[in-house]
Write a new protein. Structure first.
Length: 388
């Protein structure tokens, strides 16, 4: 009988396993770095965006106002990049809601003038109806942008990018195709792998399509690609269709909700973040008490003769976290509604889901988001008190 040995295959597999282990360790290190960088950057974006909003409220000159609005849009774009970093790290909080696929295409279309050179034509064909899906709007736009940028890079001599949407009873489809160089089979099979790229060193990280794949999968969708050398590339993305639901619209233009002097204890260890948040709350009609950490907050409350209506606290602080501070206050009889804010992903920080007296507000936040969160919690607290 012929003897069969498995030693050779094992030896052959060893380098591959070692490579997979090293790749996993690399991804884990990048993920940890991404979370830390995102936290610091989100704090900076909170300061930048908040101060621009405050300045816009005081400026009448249309030229200056336009310049400030352009800076604010750049800050919003930076926020999207941070979200992409967190998504790659598998740490981002997906805020899925009902969105219209056509509307996402239209929004991204407004940005494409800056991304595409003049020798690339873009063609958009949208299904007449308004199909809706359940997804994070920012991540959906990120999918579109990544696919269009890859199409652009495949057409150095120019060409056509086509974006089409289709819908049937159960599925909504997005198709992005180009007339570029195309790919061979070996490349096509690897394009969704992290760090795989056909670009020259320094021209890309290889994170774009792996991020696209993860976003689509997290939304319950699927993505496929067809490509041939010299014949262009077509990406087809399908999502489950959401029926009989209204697409979420932008907030009404009536402006942010205002307070009537309610007292808010603001606890934030970053001085610039604390200053801009306090100013936003003051302009929204609230009385603000500030503290630079949990121990300082306890001291401020002991010195105050009047009660506080709401606690707004950073989640991660030296010596005492925001959750520990809230627990201390409730143990002392201060049963306050609480808004936690953080530049870190929410699901990394809270073991339990927030209750109806708790909100997690991710940084960076706008003045409208801030005042809406405060108003909603205070209104809920008032309703609870009235019932009791």
């Amino acid at each position: 009988m012929r003897k069969v040995t498995t030693e050779a295959p094992r030896a052959a597999l060893q380098p591959e396993l070692e490579q997979q282990i090293r790749q996993g360790q690399r991804l884990e290190a990048v993920g940890q770095l991404a979370g830390g960088v995102a936290h610091d950057f989100n704090n900076l974006l909170t300061v930048i965006g908040g101060n621009i909003e405050l300045a816009l409220a005081e400026v009448d000159d249309p030229v200056v106002k336009g310049d400030l609005q352009e800076v604010l849009r750049s800050a919003e774009r930076a926020t999207e990049l941070v979200h992409q970093l967190l998504e790659f790290a598998r740490a981002d909080v997906v805020e899925a809601r009902v969105v219209g696929l056509n509307e996402a295409v239209v929004r991204v279309g407004r940005m494409l003038g800056r991304l595409l050179p003049e020798n690339i034509e873009i063609r958009v064909e949208l299904v007449p109806e308004q199909p809706s899906i359940l997804a994070d709007p920012g991540q959906l736009e990120q999918v579109l942008l990544n696919l269009v940028v890859n199409a652009r890079d495949a057409m150095s001599a120019g060409g056509v990018v086509s974006i089409r949407t289709h819908a049937d009873v159960d599925v909504v489809t997005l198709v992005v195709s180009d007339t570029g160089a195309g790919m061979n089979e070996h490349t096509r099979e690897r394009i969704f792998n992290p760090f795989f790229t056909t670009k020259a060193p320094g021209d890309g990280t290889g994170l774009g399509l792996s991020t696209v794949y993860r976003i689509v999968s997290s939304a319950g969708g699927e993505i496929g690609v067809e490509s041939k050398l010299g014949a262009g590339t077509t990406f087809t993305v399908t999502f489950p269709r959401i029926a009989d639901m209204t697409v979420e619209r932008a907030p009404s233009p009536c402006g942010p909700l205002r307070g009537s002097g309610q007292r808010i204890l603001l606890v934030e260890d970053e001085e610039m973040v604390r200053a801009v948040t306090a100013e936003m709350l003051s302009r929204a009609g609230y009385t603000v008490l500030t503290a630079n950490d949990g121990e300082d907050a306890l001291r401020v409350l002991e010195e105050e003769e009047q009660s506080v209506d709401l606690l707004f606290t950073d989640l991660m602080m030296p010596r005492m976290s925001g959750t520990e501070l809230a627990a201390h206050l409730r143990a002392r009889g201060h049963d306050l509604p609480v808004i936690y804010s953080s530049g870190y992903p929410r699901d990394v920080l809270l073991d339990d889901q927030p209750d109806d007296r708790t909100i997690v507000l991710s940084k960076p936040f706008t003045g409208e988001e801030l005042s809406s969160a405060v108003h909603g919690l205070l209104a809920g607290a008032a309703g609870t008190s009235a019932e009791s």
